[in-house]
Design a protein around this ligand. Structure first.
Ligand code: NAP
Ligand code: HSE
Length: 438
């Protein structure tokens, strides 16, 4: 007996998967009970350079050599993008093949259709590599923590942005330099705006929300915000205030109203918090469950071998089932059906915030801004103002607020932006408190 594996894609991740299956064949055979064999790998360009050389005859440009090929039991989709990945994954499931994918965009956008197809076909779709690279967070939420009411999930889910933020907070590299390094290391998506504007981490957050709460939010519900608007001054003020800036994904059930709060934004995290120490391309997830308490998982979130580790872990698990003709009944997201619940609008969420105003250093400006905040019931916790630039007379006025609804803060900032002495809209960064009970 053997299980034949077909790859859709032989790029960074696909070559890593081929490397593990080829070089660790004895180990994997011990774990599965019989050998795994790479049958075919679909690419666009047969002459492209490969990080792990493909054996002669493995590469093809014809997806039908993998999808719906009766000699291939497991289809591994590591091509990325929405199409033709969606069509090929649906066709594979329809034809009775099991699927492993690393493609979070595909599942976040077309998850309902794909998970339904898997259930109808009685086939498995595994996606451990789609969230937080090598970290086994999917299995942890789906199986290990199944007994829990999940109170919150908070994570650093994008290696590229964490690599850039780490470099910028250390003052060692510009945004552009750090992004280029992340691309060279194979962390970034084919279109890196997906990383830096937050869509990639938002796709992962959608999947974590589905696993934790049985709710699959739409991308629009999350209103993802990336890291491109952060300025060096924000890192300096964060340091002075005792915080670190991270692109933080959170899904939480609000204990006061029971509603789901799902956000993907840069956030200031207290320096002493475990997530604040997650640097470079590392990812981490903190899960708070009513019975398990806090669970912290950390590891490589991107790159050829860490991602391949998660993909091959899924292949091993599926291979143990793949030669059985019986239909499977285990739901891929760990819930028998997804709930229709929607997430709370961002404007209704309460949070503390960091505000950086650019103003003229004139009498009454600070008082007027404080007045605009007070008029909307936003209370100030701390204020920093340094000496103004002697050339321009301009200065940053930085405030930390107490917790207030985003709606009130927005109204106050609209008023403040039009005040005499204001030089434009304030830069706003959420301050995450990691309160108990959340
Ligand atoms: P990649 O290096 O760009 O590789 C994509 C592969 O798919 C290439 O071999 C490409 O062929 C092939 N391909 C793409 N479109 C195709 C098409 N229409 N027809 C046939 N072949 C096609 O991408 P990657 O970094 O390995 O990422 C793959 C997936 O894994 C993505 O969904 C990504 O989000 C996910 N992921 C990546 C990482 C990471 O660290 N890189 C981590 C976690 C998840 P050619 O080689 O001929 O161009
Ligand atoms: N581009 C992604 C990242 C790859 O940087 O985290 C892993 O999903």
């Amino acid at each position: 007996m053997q299980t034949n594996v077909g790859l859709l894609g032989y790029g960074t991740v696909g070559a890593g998967v081929a490397r593990i299956i080829s070089l660790e064949d004895a180990l994997l055979c011990q774990k599965v009970g019989w050998p795994l064999k790479l049958a075919k790998a679909v690419v666009r360009d047969l002459s492209g350079r490969r990080a792990f050389p493909a054996p002669p005859g493995l590469l093809t440009t014809d997806p039908s050599e993998v999808v719906a090929n009766p000699d291939v039991q497991v289809v591994v989709e590591v091509m990325g993008g929405l199409e033709p990945a969606r069509t090929l994954v649906l066709a594979a499931l329809e034809s009775g093949q099991h699927v492993v994918t690393a493609n979070k965009a595909l599942l976040a956008v077309h998850g309902r259709e794909i998970f339904e197809k898997a259930a109808q076909s009685g086939r498995e779709i595994f996606f451990e590599a789609a969230v937080a690279g090598a970290i086994p967070v999917i299995r942890t939420l789906k199986e290990g923590l199944a007994a829990n009411r999940i109170q919150s999930v908070a994570g650093i889910l994008n290696g590229t942005t964490n690599y850039i933020l780490t470099a910028m907070s250390r003052g060692g590299a510009t945004f552009e330099e750090a992004l280029k390094e992340a691309q060279e290391l194979g962390y970034a998506e084919a279109d890196p705006t997906t990383d830096v504007e937050g869509a990639d981490a938002a796709h992962k957050l959608i999947l974590l929300t589905a696993l934790a709460y049985g709710v699959l939010p739409a991308l629009d519900d999350i209103r993802a915000e990336g890291i491109t608007k952060l300025a060096p001054a924000d890192f300096q003020f964060a340091e002075a205030l005792g915080y670190v800036i991270k692109l933080l994904a959170t899904a939480a059930s609000n204990p006061e109203d029971g509603r789901l709060e799902v956000r993907l934004q840069p956030a200031m995290i207290p320096k002493g918090h475990l997530l604040a120490g997650v640097n470079g391309a590392m990812n981490a997830v903190m899960i708070r469950g009513h019975a398990c308490g806090d669970i912290f998982l950390s590891g490589a979130g991107a790159g050829m071998m860490p991602t391949a580790s998660a993909v091959v872990g899924d292949i091993v698990e599926i291979a143990r089932l793949a030669n059985s003709q019986s239909k499977l009944t285990k739901p891929s997201l760990g819930w028998q059906s997804l709930k229709a619940e929607t997430v709370k609008p961002a404007s209704d969420i309460w949070s503390r915030h960091y505000l950086r105003f650019s103003v003229h250093d004139r009498p009454g400006v600070l008082a007027a801004i404080a007045g605009a905040l007070a008029a909307h019931n936003v209370s100030i916790a701390q204020v920093i103002q340094k000496e103004a630039d002697p050339g321009t007379g301009q200065v940053y006025l930085v405030m930390l607020t107490h917790s207030a609804p985003v709606r009130s803060l927005k109204a106050a900032l609209d008023d403040a932006a039009s005040l005499e002495g204001s030089l434009g809209p304030a830069r706003v960064i959420r301050v995450e408190e990691f309160r108990e009970g959340r």
